[in-house]
Ligand binder design. Structure first.
Ligand SMILES: C[S@@+](CC[C@H](N)C(=O)[O-])C[C@H]1O[C@@H](n2cnc3c(N)ncnc32)[C@H](O)[C@@H]1O
Length: 213
């Protein structure tokens, strides 16, 4: 349970996200979420579920999702979204790096747009690895550091202010390297820009894939 100063409080960002994130769904992100979750089965933990935009896309082969969200406003929105989800979803308070779950208790873990914001990526990934069963899968869809040098430098500059405006989000993290360093074996990966062809957005470079414990 996230308590006191050990929680995430971003009331303004939470409301902004809740209001505007759905626009991206209409321009192709819903399809990316379906790709992220396609073929999942069994018991799944989703970290930083936000207002539950992944929920409608879980396939029927999933037995249960435990969706962790530390931000109170978003957690409430997620709980509402869970009511109409196609699979059973329990929304819980909790923080990256200290998930209140037993070792090896999930078949899969899902992160989308979260590893940019957690304060400590290695600890968040180690904890996700801990709660996965051997050979369990990590599904990830994240915006990342650009592979293009000029764009990456631009992300570094923007990073001086962006986290303060965007709920702690860093646009310049090499999240794929962090996933690999934490001991996951990347099995499937594609990198692309979203929205397609975006020229200036610092969060356009993305990766989507599957890694195994
Ligand atoms: C950009 S939103 C993405 C929400 C959702 N995953 C999605 O794909 O729409 C980032 C989410 O990460 C959550 N988050 C931020 N810091 C976190 C932490 N330390 N532990 C867990 N979640 C965190 C935020 O509260 C927020 O819901």
């Amino acid at each position: 349970m996230a308590r006191g100063d050990e929680t995430v409080r971003n009331p303004l960002f939470a409301r902004f996200f809740d209001r505007f994130a759905a626009k991206d769904e209409e321009r192709g992100q819903a399809e990316l979420r379906r790709e992220l979750l396609d073929g999942l089965a069994g018991r799944v933990v989703e970290l930083g579920a936000g207002n539950g935009l992944n929920f409608p896309h879980y396939p029927a082969t999933v037995g249960e999702v435990v969706a962790v969200e530390p931000e109170a406003y978003l957690r409430e929105r997620a709980a509402k979204a869970a009511q109409t989800a196609p699979v059973p979803i329990r929304v819980a308070d909790g923080l990256a790096g200290r998930l209140p779950f037993e070792d090896g208790s999930f078949d899969a873990a899902v992160v989308s747009g979260v590893l940019c914001s957690v304060p400590d990526q290695p600890s968040a990934l180690a904890d996700l690895r801990r709660v996965l069963r051997p050979d369990g899968e990590l599904r990830f869809y994240e915006h990342v550091r650009s592979p293009t040098r000029g764009r990456a430098r631009f992300q570094d500059v923007v990073d001086l202010v962006w986290p303060r405006l965007m709920g702690g989000c860093h646009p310049n993290r090499d999240t794929l390297a962090a996933i690999e360093r934490s001991g996951f074996r990347v099995e499937r990966l594609r990198g692309f820009l979203f929205p397609p062809g975006a020229r200036v957005s610092v969060v356009a470079p993305r990766i989507l894939g599957v890694a195994r414990r």
